[in-house]
Structures are given as C-alpha cells and as structure tokens.
Design a protein around this ligand. Structure first.
Ligand code: PLP
Length: 519
C-alpha cells in the first residue's frame, strides 16, 4: 500500500468504524458461531503474492465481525466492561504511525515523558496524593498492558525487597498472600514465579472483604508454619461481587509485618476513586496514608515502611474510557521496581540514564519494548476532562441504580430475586431464591442443603438461558457455595431503556428457570 492508497483506505476505515457504532444495536452481543467456524474462513497460510486492499478490508466484515463478541454493545453486562472511545481509536492510529517501542528515554523522549505525565494525571484524577506521582521523584507510575502484568511486576519487586531485608531466606519458604476473592492474577503470579500461594477466606457477613482480624489470624498461621509471606494482594472491587477490602484495617495489621509488601488490585474499582462521593467507600485516605518512615525506608535501594499501601493498579481500559489496553501501576518508591528489574547490557546504556536525568521505563516493567499507551490516555482525558470522566462514571452508577430499583421493586420487580451483596458502583450481583414456602422442617441440614441446591439450579438456569439468547451477555459467579448472577454495567452506550428492558428479560428467564427446576 502506498501513501495515497493509505489515505483513501484510512478515510474509508473511519467511515466503516462510524457505521459500526451507528448500527451497534443491530448486532447480536454474542456471535452465533461454533468453535472453528471463523478459523475455517481463514487461509492456512499467508498468500504467496500480496492481495488488493479492497479484498482484505472486505474480510473484516465477512470473516471477523461475524465472530466478534460486541463488548461495546449496550446489552453487554458480562465480566467487566472494556470501554473504547473515538479519541483512543485515533491515538492508536497515531501510535501505530510512529511505531515506537519506547523502552529508553532516548528511544523516545515523548513516549517516556508523556507516560510520566499521564500516570501523574490519572493519579491526581484518582485522588492519589503526590507520593504516588512521578513529580515527587520517589514514587511514580508506569503503564502496563494488564492488571495481571502489574501484579506480577510488583510481586518481583516485593520478593527482592524481602530478600534484601532477609538475605538468606530459602525461596521455598516465600509465600504470596491474597484472598479467596482476589482475581486469579495473584495465583497466576505465584505460578509464574514458582512461589507458594495462600488465599485467605473472607466472610459473607463482611460482604466478602478482607478485614484486619482475618488477616492477622491468617498471617500468624502462615508464619506459624515457618513460611514467609512477602506480599499481600488486596482488592478494590473484586470480580465476583465488587468487594472492597478494608485497607485501613489491613495497614493497621501490616504495620506489625514491616517486611510485607501491600499491593492493591484496583483493576475495575480504581476508576471510581475519581469520584469524591466514593472516597469513603474506596478507603482513599487509607490508600494515601503513610506509615512513619525511617531513614532506610526511602530513596535509592529503598524498602518502604510496613503498615502502608506500597502499590496500586487501575485498569483504565475497563470503565475508564480508554481503549484496551491501559493499566496504570503506581508505586510509592520507584526504586523498588528499578532495583528489581534493571538489567542494563552495554547496548542499552545511554548518557542521559547514566547521568540519572531520565526514566527508562524498561526498568519499571517486565518487557523491554512497550506499546505507546500514554497517548490514548492523554487524548481521552484532554477530550473528556475531569468533569466528563466523572460524568461518565456517575452515569454508569446511575444506570446500575435504575436497574437495581426496577429489579427489586416490591410491585413491579421480579419476584424472588434478592441482592447477593449490596450494589457496588455499577455492579449488581443478585440471586434468585426459591419461592417454596418455609415449613417447620425447613431448617434441618438436609432441607437447607436441598434448598441451596435448588436455588443454585435456578441461578444456573437463568445464566444458561440468558447466554443462549445472543441479544445480551452476562456472567455468573459462585461465592460461598452460592450461584449468583452478575450485571456489570459499563458501556457508555447503555441507556436506562436498556437496563429496564434487561429487567423484563430477567423476569422471563426467572419464570423459565422456575418451570425448569420445578420451583
Ligand atoms: N483484577 C480484577 C478485580 C479483575 O476483575 C480483572 C479482570 O476482570 C483483573 C484483575 C484482570 O485484569 P487484566 O486482564 O488487566 O489482567
């Protein structure tokens, strides 16, 4: 393709993208394809001779779109959202034009300096104080592709920190600690690093959040077995129910465990830190609070004090208006990352880095080359502004409130549906319960187990049939042995009419489930 062909194809592509958004609602959310259907449409090898662009571009419609699950569709309620915006689509186009791996400052001063500024912007937007910002020269942010990557990265930093504090610790004694509600990213980091993983049980009466007393008991137990917990991965907004661990209670405990690094996975919930009205619910003041620092705790080769949050990461590519992928990771002391990850062979040395004048992001992340992700964050935040960003989040919460009210309305709601946990931001988790009347024998263990089994079958049926209907997509979860239904509202394209329509769909699905299960 030459430049003039690109110009024409580019204009046509933008038109095609606009048509896609204009007609979004005409697509099924979930494609009606079977495994292998799309692969059969794709040649087994690259063509020997190049093909005309016209043929290639047509195949986006013929081959790809029929196999796309439409995450931008207003009726997409599964997992957590993956927002996209026109600003970010354009940013990705520009980033593609300069195709720049930006691993050193010298490789691209703009990629590096914009990344530092963009993570500072987002830190400020999230209410993270200046100790988390690059501006302060000690803390700072880095953009990774995913929350999983950030979690693995801080596990490495935490391991090195622990080994600096306790130099001869055998690897086999090290333990990564999380909870049963932590995303699988923690177990996966442990798997990759070949380190034992322990998940602390959380409780229904705490809405599945980790509390101080549970943490203390678990740490005592782990240490009692001669193991060395070196990182705790807490969560702001768990995947199953949106649980927010009690960070203030947690840091009160970790103050007694100065070698324990504390990371918060705020992959989904992090963006809601941007709303002042959510600051209590997100425990922002506990996230920002600092423990008293000793002279050894900060600066080059730093270790940071116990009793404070050491790192936090937030996915702007979930509800944060930034096109996948864009995870911001902030750490209180960048030296914790660089001392663990800096490997500088001669060919990567630069005068600017040797003089300590610049950040080389390769030393704060796992890969060397990295995508130019800061551009889309910069474009999106400039175009929306803080006000527009907050308005978007408030709109998501408001839609979830509308849905919740209509679902549970005493007269017009769906009978026999109860919230499993209180709504968290824009996530509603509910459960269909049995309408069978209680009898004097209902609380025998056998009767309780039979009821649980019946209710689990009801909820499983609702999700199964919902997902057979390709006009919407939602995901189930099971917490504490109870099957539930999750409705994650996140698309900027979802309006009140969509969530009200969803209530009616759920009504029909629940009726069908009761018929199927005989309730
Ligand atoms: N953490 C939480 C709470 C999540 O819900 C998810 C994904 O939905 C992740 C982490 C994983 O995110 P990523 O795909 O960015 O690794």
């Amino acid at each position: 393709m030459d430049r003039e062909q690109f110009r024409k194809a580019g204009y046509a592509a933008v038109d095609r993208i606009c048509d896609y958004f204009e007609n979004l609602e005409s697509y099924d959310v979930v494609p009606k394809v079977q495994p292998g259907d799309i692969a059969r449409l794709i040649a087994d090898e690259a063509p020997q001779e190049g093909e005309p662009w016209e043929n290639i571009s047509k195949d986006f419609d013929r081959v790809i779109l029929p196999g796309i699950t439409h995450w931008q569709h207003p009726n997409f309620y599964a997992y957590f959202p993956a927002n996209t915006t026109y600003e970010c689509i354009l940013a990705d186009m520009y980033a593609g034009a300069v195709s720049n791996p930006g691993f050193n400052w010298l490789c691209s001063p703009a990629c590096t300096e914009l990344e530092s500024k963009a993570t500072d912007w987002v830190a400020k937007l999230h209410g993270l104080d200046d100790t988390w910002q690059n501006e302060g020269k000690v803390g700072g942010g880095v953009i990774n592709g995913s929350a999983s990557e950030s979690c693995l990265t801080v596990c490495i930093a935490a391991r090195e920190r622990y080994l600096r504090l306790h130099p001869n610790t055998p690897f086999a004694e090290l333990v990564i600690v999380a909870t049963t509600q932590t995303h699988s990213l923690a177990a996966k980091a442990a798997l990759i690093l070949g380190i034992e993983f322990v998940a602390i049980e959380t409780k229904e009466e705490d809405d599945w959040a980790l509390r101080g007393d549970g943490l203390r008991t678990a740490l005592e137990e782990i240490e009692g077995q001669g193991k060395k917990p070196f990182i705790l991965i807490a969560t702001l907004g768990s995947t199953s129910t949106g649980a927010v661990d009690k960070f203030g209670e947690i840091t009160a405990v970790t103050a007694d465990y100065p070698s324990l690094f504390l990371h918060i996975d705020a992959a989904w919930g992090g963006v809601f830190l941007s709303l002042p009205e959510c600051h209590d619910e997100t425990f922002l003041s506990a996230i920002n609070a600092r423990a008293p620092q000793s002279a050894d705790d900060v600066g080059e080769g730093a270790i940071c004090a116990g009793g404070e949050v050491h790192s936090i990461s937030s996915n702007l590519h979930k509800s944060g208006l930034v096109t996948f992928d864009a995870n911001c990771l902030w750490i209180r002391d960048r030296a914790l990352l660089t001392s663990a990850l800096d490997v500088t062979p001669p060919f990567l040395r630069t005068a600017q880095a040797s003089a300590g004048l610049v950040t080389d992001y390769r030393n704060m992340s796992i890969s060397l080359g990295r995508r130019f992700r800061s551009l889309k964050i910069w474009f999106a935040l400039r175009s929306y502004g803080v006000t527009g960003f907050q308005k978007h989040l408030r709109q998501l919460i408001s839609r979830a409130e509308v849905f919740e009210r209509a679902l549970l309305d005493a007269d017009k709601g769906v009978p026999g549906v109860v919230l499993f946990t209180p709504r968290r931001f824009s996530l509603v988790v509910f459960r269909v319960v049995s309408l069978a009347a209680a009898t004097p024998r209902s609380d025998t263990p056998d009767a309780v187990a039979a009821r649980l089994e019946r209710e689990n079958a009801l909820n499983a049926s609702v999700v199964r049939h919902a997902n057979e209907d390709s006009s919407l997509m939602l995901t189930p979860t099971t917490v504490g042995g109870k099957n539930c239904v999750r409705i994650a509202i996140g698309s900027p394209n979802t309006e009140d009419r969509h969530v009200l329509d969803l209530v009616e769909k759920i009504r029909r699905l629940v009726d069908r489930a009761r018929e199927e299960v005989g309730d």
